[in-house]
Design a binder for this molecule. Structure first.
Ligand SMILES: Cc1cc2nc3c(=O)[nH]c(=O)nc-3n(C[C@H](O)[C@H](O)[C@H](O)COP(=O)(O)OP(=O)(O)OC[C@H]3O[C@@H](n4cnc5c(N)ncnc54)[C@H](O)[C@@H]3O)c2cc1C
Length: 396
């Protein structure tokens, strides 16, 4: 039997879309998706591993991302959630760190402004944000408040005439080492409600320190923030950010997009593992010719198809205005659990080469751990779903 080199580009499933989900998109959307893929292939993939190894964010990429007109695909550009989700998965497939940068600036930060700011505030801020002349961050998690941050926000806001005085600390805040603005969630001592503030990072009393030595999403710049008597004018309090219920309006949508990241991360693992399996020779033949390796690749593919199917349906519900918090929670829990299995299978297919980033798989494997934990851990999203199906909360 011959094992001549396989021409990957001529395989019927070379793009990894085994059940042709892309046929759900219009022709114009498919053309736009191809443009974005070309952009990612040209501008993101060539630099992704090097930036990750150095733990540095490529600031020179920001004007290129701006020019590619990627911001706010649903609210501003009128695309469907299905299209936006598939695009976010493609970003992650190219590089999960750059996808996370966009997820923070566009999803969490811009999403907060779009959902919680007054019309006047939006008119003042959004043009610079959409053009990516101003970059934002989202400051919710705290050193002592992670999964329980809804009730456990310790950062305080005190009204003082036309200003608010903010004191406290935030942890893990993506983009915050270089962002111009950060939306800070703080507890109003007067009514004990968590409120949202647009904080200029140049204000006195604001400090952001990079979190070093990460083993995942190393290109993303996460920061520890301290706020010491930071004076924020009342005009910079988000008009509609008055309780944690308001914060949840943002998180519901971004949780959905993190589940799409889990899809993209699995696609990245599958792309790399399939390519390696047909190229790597052992025992005089490609390792893809061994039945156990094919079984591993097919398990990976099955996970991708199952997760994509779930996400497409959830995005359709979101498009119809019917999606519920618990549906986003199940999607985030399920897709990230499958992702962990998929990237582990992929890493195994690489043997020893699966633990050096030169072959990319080690980076894909490591980054999956951050996606698994942020935007609500597996356990918290499971318990949100469990509460919905039993009527009993097991969270506390
Ligand atoms: C790379 C990265 C980027 C991030 N970016 C941002 C950002 O930009 N902005 C931001 O605000 N936050 C950000 N986060 C924070 C992220 O949302 C939190 O890490 C996450 O919510 C979990 O909180 P924690 O890390 O404090 O874990 P903890 O809450 O301390 O949880 C530790 C463990 O205990 C489990 N646990 C906790 N409570 C329960 C319970 N009731 N039942 C069962 N198990 C439980 C958890 O599931 C987990 O396994 C980021 C995190 C990472 C890793």
């Amino acid at each position: 039997m011959s094992h001549a080199a396989v021409d990957l580009n001529n395989l019927p499933y070379a793009d990894g879309d085994f059940y042709r989900f892309e046929l759900l998109l219009s022709e114009a959307e498919r053309e736009r998706l191809q443009e974005i893929r070309d952009f990612l292939a040209k501008e993101v993939r060539p630099i992704a591993v090097d930036c990750w190894n150095r733990g540095e964010f490529p600031l020179e990429l920001i004007p290129k991302l701006a020019e590619a007109n990627l911001m706010s695909p649903v609210r501003r550009q009128g695309h469907s959630n299905v299209f936006a989700g598939i695009v976010h998965a493609e970003f992650t497939r190219a590089d999960s760190s750059i996808a996370t940068f966009m997820g923070v600036h566009d999803g969490l930060f811009t999403g907060s402004i779009e959902a919680l700011a007054s019309e006047e505030q939006k008119a003042a801020w959004l043009p610079d944000i959409y053009a990516m002349r101003k970059i934002g961050a989202f400051g919710l998690t705290e050193p002592l408040g992670g999964s329980d941050v809804a009730g456990g926000t310790r950062t305080t806001a005190v009204r003082d005439g036309d200003n608010w005085i903010i004191n406290g600390a935030k942890r893990w805040i993506g983009n915050a080492t270089f962002s111009d603005w950060v939306v800070i969630f703080a507890r109003d001592v007067a009514d004990n409600q968590v409120k949202a503030f647009m904080v200029d990072t140049a204000l006195p009393g604001y400090t952001a320190t990079k979190i070093e030595n990460k083993t995942a999403l190393r290109t993303v710049q996460n920061a520890d923030i301290t706020l010491e008597n930071v004076v924020v004018p009342h005009a910079f309090k988000l008009a509609g950010g008055n309780s944690f219920r308001d914060t949840n309006k943002v998180l519901k949508v971004t949780r959905l997009s993190v589940a799409w990241q889990a899809v993209g991360q699995q696609m990245a693992a599958f792309d790399a593992a399939r390519r390696y399996a047909v190229e790597r020779q052992q025992f005089g033949r490609p390792i893809a010719s061994f039945q156990l390796v094919q079984d591993q690749l097919v398990k990976m593919l099955g996970n991708i198809v199952a997760c994509t199917g779930m996400m497409v349906r959830l995005a359709q519900l979101e498009d119809q205005g019917l999606a519920k918090d618990e549906q986003s929670a199940l999607a985030k829990a399920f897709t990230t659990a499958r992702m962990r299995e998929t990237v582990a299978l992929g890493r195994g297919i690489f043997g020893g080469n699966g633990i050096v980033t030169d072959y990319e798989m080690a980076k894909i494997f490591a980054d999956a751990e951050a996606i698994y934990s942020y935007e609500g851990t597996y356990e918290i999203n499971t318990l949100v779903t469990g509460r919905a199906i039993t009527g009993i909360s097991a969270i506390v």
